[in-house]
Design a protein around this ligand. Structure first.
Ligand SMILES: *Cc1c(COP(=O)(O)O)cnc(C)c1O
Length: 354
């Protein structure tokens, strides 16, 4: 892919060191765009100054939500290196999401090249503070100006970058989660496994309900029987019961998290038994009542690992591990963070220095 590069002549002022960057609020000087036209394929890859996108109000994405997105991070590694974490896994997942949403997929190599070249252009935006990173948001939208319900014949692939602060201001903090037993996020056969906006639109009402009750996140149950654990908001979930880590198997309605996959591999390397299987909410509550539920944690790119301190199910609250960070949660968080920043040898080939 031959990417045309136009550099900004009007660079923004970077946030000063030590300021809390938050998440997804500040954007860098450049963006990547590439167009798709039926009969031509993906064409005109470009890196150019960050700017608004001009779209006709009839554009299909506004009406029928034909879109996919990704989320990954670049880190400032040891020796000032720029490091990406498993970018080809994000490329592969976007390829699969595209297939489900009838969007012509972007080739894995082209996705990786676009991410790498854009991050290199804006590399001086990668924050240096411990735990901070440059969040990378690739997305594809349907751009046909047409109100008929049909896959679009034209698309726009965009990548934007956002320097983000540490998810935790004071180290890992356990969160409280609400087990939702009426609303559902996704069902098997639907679009749950694809990273697409529609899943988030469906989840907002449950999230709002949980927040109103004082819970940070929703734990979703399966859409058919409302019985089996699926995932939390924008994270996958792990339970440690009698020393074994258990996470729901990928069943088509759960998002296949790259952090989830990384945790499974690393936990097995550390000697833990890890099971991917169907797990009911009753099994969790039962283990909790018998004192066998030792830890719960969520996994995702934003927080890496998010320990759970309390769960609520049908009017009842259960405190997990004294509302403290579990030993395994902490160990895995430290190991992944060290790999991402190049502080330990990456024996798994997860990181890519660019
Ligand atoms: C992105 C996402 C995750 C986490 O995936 P990672 O690749 O680990 O960041 C989990 N659940 C949902 C719904 C997501 O969109």
């Amino acid at each position: 892919m031959n990417i045309k590069v136009t550099l900004s002549s009007n660079k923004k002022t970077k946030p000063s060191k030590g300021i809390n960057l938050g998440f997804g609020k500040i954007f860098t000087d450049h963006m990547f765009t590439m167009k798709y036209t039926d009969g031509i394929g993906w064409h005109d890859p470009e890196i150019k100054p960050y700017q608004t996108i001009n779209l006709d109000p009839a554009c299909m994405v506004f009406h029928y939500a034909q879109e996919v997105f990704e989320g990954l991070k670049a880190y400032r590694g040891e020796g000032n290196k720029t490091m990406l974490f498993r970018p080809e896994a994000n490329a592969k997942r976007m390829y699969d999401s595209c297939k489900r949403l009838c969007i012509p997929p972007v080739e894995i190599e082209d996705f990786c090249q676009a991410v790498e070249e854009l991050v290199k252009v804006d590399a001086d935006w990668i924050p240096e503070e411990d735990g901070s990173s440059l969040y990378i948001r690739p997305f594809i939208i349907a751009t046909d100006e047409f109100l008929g319900v049909h896959p679009s014949k034209t698309y726009l692939f965009v990548i934007i970058l956002s320097p983000s602060g540490s998810y935790y201001k004071n180290g890992l903090e356990p969160v409280n989660i609400w087990i939702e037993d009426s609303y559902v996020r996704a069902i098997r056969g639907g679009i749950g496994f694809a990273k697409t906006g529609g899943n988030y639109a469906a989840s907002l009402i449950g999230q709002q309900k949980a927040e109103k009750e004082g819970y940070a996140q929703v734990l979703w149950l399966d859409g058919i029987e409302h019985k089996y654990i699926e995932e939390v908001g924008a994270m996958n979930i792990f339970f440690k019961i009698n020393g074994t880590l258990i996470t729901p198997e990928l069943n088509g309605s759960i998002l296949p998290g790259i952090t989830r996959d990384t945790i499974i591999k690393l936990a097995r390397c550390l000697g833990y038994r890890v099971e991917e299987r169907r797990i009911s909410v009753e099994e969790i509550i039962g283990a909790c009542k018998r004192g066998e539920l030792e830890e719960i944690f969520g996994t995702g790119t934003a927080a890496v690992i998010s320990p759970v301190g309390k769960i609520r199910y049908k009017e009842e609250n259960f405190i997990i591990n004294n509302h403290e960070i579990g030993e395994v949660s902490q160990k895995l968080f430290d190991l992944i963070s060290d790999i991402q920043h190049g502080r330990v040898k990456d024996e798994w080939g997860f990181t890519k220095s660019i």
